[in-house]
Design a protein around this ligand. Structure first.
Ligand SMILES: Nc1ncnc2c1ncn2[C@@H]1O[C@H](COP(=O)(O)OP(=O)(O)OP(=O)(O)O)[C@@H](O)[C@H]1O
Ligand SMILES: [Mg+2]
Length: 417
């Protein structure tokens, strides 16, 4: 049954900004971003909450801006999670099909997955996702859905994604402090992939990079499934910091210069003299300044891309991605990035923004919102999968009462600061 006129809310808690998006599922099953809010972020470092009070204040600012833009009250949301504490393991399990007919039933699949999901996790870790990589029916690999097939033996390979429990709890508590209920927690790399990758890319094999302010989230897809993920705790803020130190200027000025003038294209050297950085009052010749900027930014971005490449290479999947690399996130806008990534990875590269979703172009066409839009898209898929019954039975709250209560909490929160 179609899910109509239902709102889905996502909160992307990034290192530099928090974005809240309100999605609406239209009658034709198309997801549309109906409202959005953004706030600059304090209390997050390298994708991880370091100050719950500051983080929850920023979350509330962003939520309220989204509420205002859509004229709707938000009482629950899907939340993104990332950080270098996140890792994964592949798990395998197989069962014999014992029924006389030898037809795989849903109960066989449920039993198989439940057992495979019992991973021996160290106590300080929590499972974030259990994703099916593939079913194997009598040695035949890559079965999508084995229910109804004849089989002697059924096996499943799972990708179990987990993270440090205290880090996840800090994100949860920052959101809870705003009195917003968490629908679910979703890996940010999974969300960004959902936003920017085509089904064909996921099927053939592709690498997704979301280069944000404090992290670079990586996901690799093959046969439509995520097979690898990694979070490099380095992002665009590190480039800004290098410029700030290298040119001896404040961070805010370095950020401005990065966005306006930085370029990592190998061919950029030829045009260095033509770039006018005159408005930056630094006592150095124009060409010298340009070369210095190029060297600073180029070496940092090169280092970041090489670190990601090495991780994927170590997992022996670098040559399973004919669709190459799709780069998104705010720092994907750095000039010349595709060209440099193409040289380093030796594969096709494109920059990605959200696809197959409607909404304001300032959201859909801006790579800083890829995670937020992806959270909405992934949540919508999950809700569709769980079924309309669950959605229709979801408890609806007394909006005006809740609104009053949260405003009161907000006042208390603010008066404490
Ligand atoms: N035009 C641009 N050129 C280069 N860099 C840019 C541009 N616009 C934004 N950035 C950089 O993008 C980064 C922010 O990206 P984004 O909003 O995706 O990160 P985030 O979600 O806050 O952080 P993270 O995902 O790492 O926790 C900043 O480092 C910013 O300087
Ligand atoms: Mg981000």
């Amino acid at each position: 049954m179609a899910v109509a006129n239902k709102h889905i809310v996502s909160i992307d808690i990034g290192t530099t900004k928090i974005s809240t998006l309100i999605g609406e599922v239209k009658k034709d099953n198309i997801l549309s971003v109906k409202g959005f809010g953004i706030s600059s972020c304090i209390g997050i470092r390298k994708g991880v909450v370091v100050d719950i009070k500051e983080a929850s204040k920023s979350i509330l600012d962003s939520v309220e801006a989204a509420e205002k833009s859509a004229n709707l009250f938000i009482d629950s949301a899907y939340i993104g999670v990332t950080g270098k504490h996140i890792s994964f393991i592949s798990n395998w399990n197989e069962i014999n099909i014992n029924s006389p007919s030898k037809v795989v039933r849903k109960s066989d699949v449920d039993k198989l997955i439940t057992t495979a999901n019992k991973v021996n996790m160290p106590p300080q870790y929590d499972v974030i996702h259990t994703l099916i990589k593939q079913f194997v029916v009598d040695e035949e690999k890559e079965r999508e859905d084995p229910v109804g097939l004849y089989a002697n033996k059924l096996a499943v390979e799972l990708l179990v994604i987990y993270g440090l429990a205290p880090s996840i709890k800090n994100v949860v508590n920052s959101v809870k402090a705003t009195n917003i209920e968490i629908e679910d927690i979703i890996l940010e790399a999974l969300a960004s992939s959902e936003a920017v990758l085509t089904t064909e890319e996921k099927e053939s094999g592709v690498i997704m990079l979301d280069i944000g302010g404090g992290t670079t989230d990586v996901a690799v897809y093959k046969n439509k499934k995520m097979i690898f993920t990694y979070c490099l705790p380095v992002g665009g803020n590190f480039i800004t910091n290098d410029i700030s130190i290298g040119l001896n200027i404040p961070f805010s000025k370095a950020e401005e210069i990065k966005k306006k003038f930085a370029n990592v294209d190998y061919n950029f050297y030829e045009t260095l003299n033509k770039i006018n950085m005159g408005e930056i009052k630094i006592d150095r010749s124009k060409t010298m300044l340009n070369i210095r900027l190029y060297t600073i930014v180029n070496s940092r971005v090169k280092e970041m891309l090489n670190l990601v490449k090495e991780k994927i290479e170590n997992y022996k999947i670098l040559h399973s991605v004919p669709c190459g690399l799709v780069i998104t996130g705010g720092a994907s806008q750095i000039n010349g990035l595709s060209s440099l990534a193409n040289t380093i990875f030796d594969m096709p590269v494109r920059t990605g923004v959200s696809i197959e979703v409607e909404g304001p172009s300032e959201v859909i066409g801006n790579p800083i919102y890829s995670t937020g839009v992806g959270l909405l898209k992934y949540a919508y898929q999950m809700e569709k999968f769980i079924g309309s019954e669950h959605i229709e039975n979801k408890k609806r709250k007394d909006v005006s009462l809740m609104d009053k209560f949260r405003k009161f909490i907000l006042k208390v929160l603010r008066s404490e600061n």
